[in-house]
Design a protein. Structure first.
Length: 255
């Protein structure tokens, strides 16, 4: 494990929270980062966990140069909320899950340097996703820590997150292990919300039409009832006239 550097209390150390480097190498890498961050943030909402993206991870106290910027990292057993940077010695938790969106240009850094660092830090799972399929034939490779050493994950299941990763084109899909349900990426979520809104509007429109038809039927029923009352009233009036005739002239002559 990486140990902390002992410094005097008077020493003031500045830990930057950003640099001038671009967020992602290509558009495909950017979308993969955004989609993964959004999906995992929604998936872990309500838990004692945070998802961080493109933020400094400092791992040696007193040495700001000892830092790395994971594309995605997930930390458990921690109070949720945003951080300008993540300092392991302050938070008391090492990230349990890290994913890098890799490419041929940063292959050695991701596969050798970072892999060795994350293994030493004790990161439980480390995943590499290659959106453009430049050096990972299956686009995805993962490592799980066992007795302090990374071993290749033979499937696409993350035990740490309880998710199954499925590459599709330059995107990565996410499925829950407990029920197989797919976690929607932002575009899919937007389309689903659109469909739900249209369906709700259609139902509301149909309900309005049914309401109008019910009001018309009610009006027709009221008119029919009134006509019945009028007919009954006319019959009573005719019966009264007939009674008066009989009283004056007797029964009507039969044919």
């Amino acid at each position: 494990m990486v140990t902390n550097l002992k410094i005097s209390p008077e020493t003031e150390v500045f830990y930057p929270s950003e640099d001038d480097e671009p967020l992602a190498e290509t558009h495909e890498h950017l979308l993969a980062i955004i989609n993964t961050f959004t999906v995992l943030t929604q998936y872990l909402a309500g838990q004692q966990a945070i998802v961080l993206s493109n933020q400094f991870l400092y791992y040696v106290k007193g040495q700001p140069s000892k830092r790395v910027i994971p594309d995605i990292m997930v930390v458990f057993d921690i109070v949720p909320g945003s951080r300008g940077s993540y300092k392991i010695w302050e938070e008391g938790q090492v990230p349990k899950f890290i994913m890098e969106m890799t490419s041929q240009g940063n292959r050695d850094n991701d596969h050798l340097v970072k892999k060795s660092l994350y293994e030493e830090l004790g990161v439980e799972e480390y995943w590499l996703f290659d959106p453009k399929k430049e050096w990972i034939s299956d686009q995805l490779i993962g490592y799980r820590l066992q007795e302090g050493v990374y071993h290749t994950i033979r499937d696409s299941r993350s035990e740490t997150l309880q998710l199954n990763f499925v590459p599709e084109g330059s995107s990565l899909n996410f499925y829950r292990l407990d029920n197989g349900l797919k976690l929607l990426i932002p575009d899919e979520l937007f389309r689903a919300l659109q469909a739900e809104t249209l369906a709700r509007q259609e139902v509301e429109g149909q309900a309005e039409i049914l309401q109008q038809e019910a009001e018309i039927l009610q009006q027709e029923a009221e008119m029919a009832r009134q006509q019945t009352i009028d007919t009954e009233q006319r019959a009573l009036e005719l019966e009264a006239m007939l009674d008066r005739y009989r009283h004056q002239f007797g029964d009507l002559p039969s044919n």
